[in-house]
Write a protein that binds this ligand. Structure first.
Ligand code: GDD
Ligand code: MN
Length: 375
């Protein structure tokens, strides 16, 4: 039987961002179509998103388009890798009506020979497949020590702050994504313009429950030209990290309200115990602190995080909550001491900053550990 007659209507679009890739783009496109022949369930198209390259990238793509109507090109001003992907996704979904989107570098660093491996995992029912450098079998043989360190630390931050520790490579640029999930993404919320778009996007997909799987890739060096990763991209990446932690502002607001209620319980009970029942000032705080912790825990468990299906039992969560509160107290104290003693900051102001740091740490750890969502 002719292979083409077994093809279903499934479409896969390869979105290839380019900026000055004249030495690579033709080869990458050629290899993608070669791998189309290695499988039979998807019809491939390629969308090059070129940001007005200063070299011959565009004229090369235009020449290829003349003899292949499965290649498309959109162009625009250079605003960053993330902005290029957002435009490309929109076009691939609205104009090319694709079912599956591949993200891929246009410089030969992502091996097109393994495209069928991605498709296999998608066909098994996964929503997102990441070509992963940090899963077993993956590697970055040509990374300099500093680039590897940046990449590793960046990944750790995204995984732990974003609460997606089950994903090993959150910044990889080689992925296959089921369009039904991308259609739900609010790209205007993904404010990241540069490379950190990759981490915002994977967090967004994971939070909305996409099933993510990783297959190993060897991320070798580019065939020609230089990396476009800039200092600006790295700064944006870092500034984006807290935003990943506060993804659910509603949870944070509820958590803060519970925190305030705890202050009232604590102070109220202390006043009541010492003034009416004549408890000593040494014993009363212990009772009122613990009561406030218990009421905070109950409110957080049954109100703030009520929607979360968590793995731990309530006893374990209760214990973790106490540990985190203890840690927050230590953070409060250390920040206070360093500001007050080392920098001579006014004591009340130093304590206030200590409280803010402790509250943020408290929320981030409880949200991502104590009440960690089941994945
Ligand atoms: N249209 C457009 N606009 N394309 C861009 C831009 C831009 O502003 N910046 C970069 N690109 C294109 C490049 O031409 C290349 O095809 C691809 O995006 C990736 O850029 P590289 O400069 O090759 O990135 P890299 O190899 O340093 O980084 C890779 O690894 C990172 C993780 O370590 C990429 O895969 C990143 O996406 C990934 O986060
Ligand atoms: Mn590259």
């Amino acid at each position: 039987m002719d292979i083409s007659s077994t093809k279903t209507e499934q479409r896969a679009c390869f979105v290839l961002p380019t900026f000055n890739e004249e030495g690579n783009i033709e080869n990458v496109i050629k290899k993608i179509f070669e791998s189309e022949d290695e499988q039979s369930s998807y019809d491939f198209s390629i969308l090059v998103v070129d940001d007005n390259s200063l070299d011959d990238t565009q004229s090369i793509v235009k020449r290829l388009i003349k003899s292949n109507n499965k290649i498309h090109l959109i162009t625009g001003e250079k605003k960053g890798l993330g902005e290029a992907y957002k435009r490309g996704f929109k076009y691939a979904i609205d104009e090319l009506n694709t079912d599956l989107i591949f993200q891929m570098d246009s410089d030969g660093q992502h091996d097109p020979n393994i495209i069928p491996n991605f498709l296999k995992v998608i066909d098994e029912g996964k929503d997102v497949v990441i070509g992963s450098r940090f899963t077993e079998g993956g590697s970055t043989p040509d990374f300099s020590f500093s680039r590897l360190l940046i990449s590793r630390i960046g990944n750790l931050l995204v995984r732990y702050v974003g609460g997606i520790t089950h994903v090993k490579d959150c910044t990889s640029g080689y992925r296959a994504i089921n369009v039904s999930y991308l259609k739900e993404v609010d790209f205007s919320y993904l404010s990241t313009k540069g490379y950190s778009f990759q981490s915002s996007l994977i967090c967004d997909l994971a939070w909305r429950g996409a099933e993510i799987s990783e297959i190993p890739i060897v991320f070798s060096s580019r065939e020609s030209g230089d990396s476009k990763l800039s200092l600006r991209d790295q700064i944006e990446f870092l500034l984006n990290i807290p935003k990943l932690g506060f993804r659910n502002l509603k949870d944070f607001i509820k958590y803060s309200l519970v925190g305030f209620s705890g202050v009232i319980v604590n102070l109220g009970l202390y006043t009541f115990l010492t003034r009416i029942y004549n408890f000593s000032e040494l014993i009363a705080p212990i009772i009122s602190i613990e009561t406030a912790l218990i009421s905070n825990f109950i409110l957080n468990n049954f109100w703030t995080f009520e929607r979360r299906s968590t793995q731990s039992r309530i006893r374990v969560k209760f214990l973790k909550f106490h540990l985190v509160s203890g840690l927050a107290a230590v953070i409060n104290y250390v920040v206070f001491l360093s500001l007050f003693v080392t920098f001579g900051v006014h004591d009340i102001f130093a304590n206030l900053i200590g409280i803010v740091f402790a509250a943020i740490a408290n929320y981030l750890i409880n949200s991502n550990w104590t009440w960690k969502e089941n994945t």
